[in-house]
Design a protein around this ligand. Structure first.
Ligand code: SAH
Length: 355
């Protein structure tokens, strides 16, 4: 039975499901889900990410995390973790760039949080000279200092959507009133977790929440707050989200979210305020939300691009110029993508995220 038929029969039996439940099935169904069945990245896939655009991205993240590690007294041992590492490209670039940092590699236990088996395999190949461990979620990570990167991970976590109706909210749900998948709305009801959004929304506005992010942020913030460390969270989104940001991508083009369950990537913008609030409550400080362009410029991407370009020729040189622009320019990824840093209340923010 196709994934769509499975979802339809579940809806026929139990009634409409939340957008989060639909996203969860589409992305993470153990045999038919999007991430269970493919490598989604690159020209032949559905989307491309910053580490796949240029080695400079992972290199600069590596320098920021290694400097944060040194600023906190080079604790050893520590966990060097990545959430949703894709093809392992970012971690491989990060490790190459930090080879010369005294003691950094020797003290690091590399840990990947990854649900996709095809991607775990690619990550193993990319990290063949290292010894990463793989985990289903954050809880399995040891109680010790934690330096962590998550690039385009939180946008893949399932979201719920609510439409304001006076002082109440109607949840968007996926149902099948005429036999095919369709979005509908519940009756209005109070929803205390959205009380703070009654101040900045009007009737008919749509807001999103990402319940799955809470346990992940809590687990990492508790470790960083207690044992030291830092997290760099990079994604598209804003301080506070407003409006429908759920999107489907197939072969680099926007697709309908309901028409091909399990065959299109589904993502939503990240509400960074929500992440920062949870991190604070769990004992961490957070940086100012900084655009990717500013973050990478502060870390020296222009000098790095010039250095690489000085030893490249022809197409390789052109590619460096294009990559620098794609990662940093305000009309490309520079403004849409943001970076949030989490760090102990007694420490300074990771480099690139200074106030
Ligand atoms: N960070 C990579 C890949 C981004 S794609 C890059 O920048 O190229 C999203 C990644 O998160 C994939 O590796 C996917 O398998 C993983 N992922 C998505 N949802 C997940 C979940 N709930 N738990 C663990 N990993 C997840």
């Amino acid at each position: 039975m196709s994934l769509k038929d499975q979802i339809l029969s579940r809806i026929r039996a139990d009634g409409p499901i939340s957008v989060a439940s639909y996203m969860n099935d589409c992305l993470l169904h153990p045999t038919l889900g999007y991430y269970a069945t493919r490598d989604p990245l690159g020209a032949k896939g559905d989307f491309i990410t910053a580490p796949e655009i240029s080695q400079m991205f992972g290199e600069l993240i590596g320098l920021s995390l290694a400097q944060a590690w040194m600023d906190q007294g080079s604790p050893a041992p520590f966990t060097l973790a990545e959430l949703g590492p894709g093809r392992g490209t970012l971690m491989a670039d990060l490790l190459r760039a930090t080879r010369a940092v005294p003691g950094f590699h020797a003290a690091a236990h590399i840990a990947f949080v990854e649900r996709s088996l095809p991607l775990r395999e690619l990550q193993g190949k990319a990290l063949a000279n290292h010894d990463p461990s793989w985990h289903e979620d954050m809880d399995a990570l040891p109680d010790q200092p934690l330096f962590l990167i998550a690039n385009e991970f939180f946008d893949a976590l399932p979201i719920r959507q609510f439409v304001r109706a006076g002082p109440h909210w109607r949840e968007r749900r996926v149902g099948a009133p005429d036999g095919d998948l369709m979005i509908g709305l519940t009756d209005p009801a109070p929803y205390p977790a959205l009380d703070h959004r009654l101040n900045d929304t009007k009737d008919g506005d749509l807001v999103e929440i990402c319940p799955a992010a809470t346990p992940v942020i809590t687990a990492l913030a508790q470790r960083i707050g207690t044992y030291g460390g830092a997290a760099l969270i990079i994604d598209y989104g804003d301080w506070r989200s407003l409006g429908d940001t759920l999107q489907a991508l197939r072969a680099h083009k926007a697709a309908d979210i309901l028409s091909t369950p399990g065959d299109a990537d589904l993502t939503a913008h990240v509400d960074f305020e929500a992440l920062a609030t949870v991190a604070n409550a769990a004992g961490c400080a957070h940086s100012r939300l900084t655009t990717q362009g500013v973050f990478l410029e502060r870390l020296g991407i222009t000098a790095r691009a010039q250095r690489l370009a000085s030893v490249a020729t022809g197409e390789a040189q052109e590619n460096l110029i294009t990559a620098h622009r794609r990662l940093t320019h305000p009309t490309e990824m520079g403004n849409l993508f943001k970076t949030l840093g989490l760090y102990p209340k007694t420490a300074t923010p990771p480099p690139g995220l200074e106030p």
